[in-house]
Ligand binder design. Structure first.
Ligand SMILES: [Ca+2]
Length: 440
């Protein structure tokens, strides 16, 4: 009898104790400082695993829907990448490219976690990706989040760009790294680095509080003539200066790392696509307040530097002024001042990001067509393009014939068309969902 009561009391006490501990943890977790410490610790453990080991992780379909866009039906599927990168990575930026004639998909997040998967497996509702350890952290100031800003694969080599800061904390530069493709480890080396500095402002020691004017750009794409394209942002440098490397599309020699300027007058270009068959560069860039642009370069070469107008021409306004009442100081249209006119601009901005061109085999659309991703738009109209992927059908003169938006809540940074399975793939950043689009 006593033994039985004793057992019951013990069980009750244990239960109470358990409840107290659980609620204490609950209260503690609601303390933002504590939650942050736990997150950082968890993050560091996951991060060290990703960097050091080859791991296989599930990729599972969790949702699908049908969208009708520009009079065509599309199948839209959602796969969970969350378990792969964990919740704390969901704010990470994702970049894609393929290897081995489109048979293998590479994904990197901005912190330099690389995974690969067979492209044919994307058709399965459950598949897996495999991580690849790398030395990317050797080229990144972890505290300052000098993260990846672009990735491209070209001839068995993987290229990534990032901004790097010197040890004094007063000079920020964009660099292009290259590694031989190897599923066991990616060993990056530096191929190119900007000579000029973005003047960072050092505040405090260690270098945990360095402020810069914005330094982004950094899209990377395969190009012709043994070169890789790299887009650079402008800060204090002059995007109109032929000799500088700010606000440019550069072509970097894959052997020597030497650069040439392909086009100038760019503000913050975060979308870059090269059509090798026709020798055309498609490019997007962020405007200031409004004035996001889609641009096309119909004859890229190192001989003549095309000029896209920044900081003289733009459809945007300077930050901090009321766009309703103040006339913008920027010139428009571009063409009246000798600059190349964007094929499309967005005011308000959509937070324009990746751009890809897709052929007739994707969806039987006969005209030229492009898909454009967006990071965030201030326009409440869901068809503005600020929250989703815009599908543009173009006329022969590159004016817009038709435009409609695949609506997704959240930021979408990169897009890729996978020819082998005839699908477009994107990642929605807030929940790290892999979005797969195919024509019905
Ligand atoms: Ca422009």
């Amino acid at each position: 009898m006593w033994k039985r009561i004793n057992w019951k009391i013990m069980a009750l006490i244990s239960l109470l104790l358990f409840a107290v501990i659980i609620s204490a943890i609950g209260i503690k977790l609601r303390d933002p400082a504590f939650a942050q410490r736990v997150t950082i610790k968890k993050y560091k453990i996951i991060e060290s695993f990703f960097r050091k080991f080859e791991l296989q992780l599930n990729l599972e379909k969790f949702d699908e829907r049908i969208d009708v866009i520009n009079d065509q039906e599309y199948h839209v599927e959602f796969y969970d990448l969350q378990s792969l990168f964990g919740q704390e990575f969901s704010f990470g930026k994702f970049y894609f490219d393929t290897h081995d004639n489109g048979k293998t998909l590479f994904i990197s997040n901005s912190k330099g976690f690389f995974v690969h998967m067979p492209v044919k497996d994307i058709k399965n509702s459950k598949s897996y990706v495999t991580t690849i350890p790398s030395n990317f952290n050797d080229y990144r100031n972890v505290e300052l989040n000098n993260n990846i800003t672009g990735m491209a694969i070209d001839n068995d080599k993987l290229y990534v760009s990032n901004n790097t800061i010197n040890s004094n904390g007063d000079c920020m530069r964009m660099q292009l790294l290259v590694a031989d493709i190897n599923f066991k480890t990616l060993n990056f080396k530096k191929l190119f680095q900007q000579e000029e500095c973005n003047p960072a402002i050092r505040k405090g020691k260690p270098l945990d509080r360095v402020y810069t004017t914005f330094v982004v750009g950094g899209r990377v794409a395969s190009y012709k003539d043994n070169k890789i394209l790299l887009s650079t942002s402008m800060t204090v440098g002059d995007p109109q200066d032929d000799n500088g490397t700010f606000g440019k599309i550069l072509a970097i020699d894959k052997t020597t790392g030497a650069h040439e300027v392909i086009s100038k007058g760019h503000r913050n270009p975060q979308g870059l696509y090269y059509n090798a068959e026709e020798n055309i560069i498609f490019q997007t860039e962020h405007g200031p307040q409004g004035g996001d642009e889609i641009n096309v370069n119909l004859n890229p070469s190192g001989d003549e530097i095309e000029n896209y107008g920044w900081p003289i021409a733009s459809y945007g306004w300077p930050y901090g002024v009321d766009t309703e009442t103040v006339i913008s100081k920027y010139k428009k249209p571009h063409r009246d001042y000798g600059f190349i006119e964007p094929i499309k601009y967005f005011s308000p901005s959509i937070g324009i990001s990746a751009i890809i061109e897709v052929g007739v085999q994707f969806n039987a659309v006969q005209d030229r067509q492009i898909f454009v991703a967006a990071l965030s738009g201030s326009d409440p109209d869901p068809q503005s393009g600020g929250h989703g992927i815009s599908h543009f059908i173009l006329n022969k003169d590159y004016t817009v014939k038709q435009k409609q938006v695949f609506e997704f809540e959240g930021r979408i940074r990169d897009l890729i068309y996978l020819e082998n399975i005839n699908k477009i793939v994107a990642v929605r950043e807030w929940d790290s969902s892999l979005i797969v689009i195919s024509a019905k």
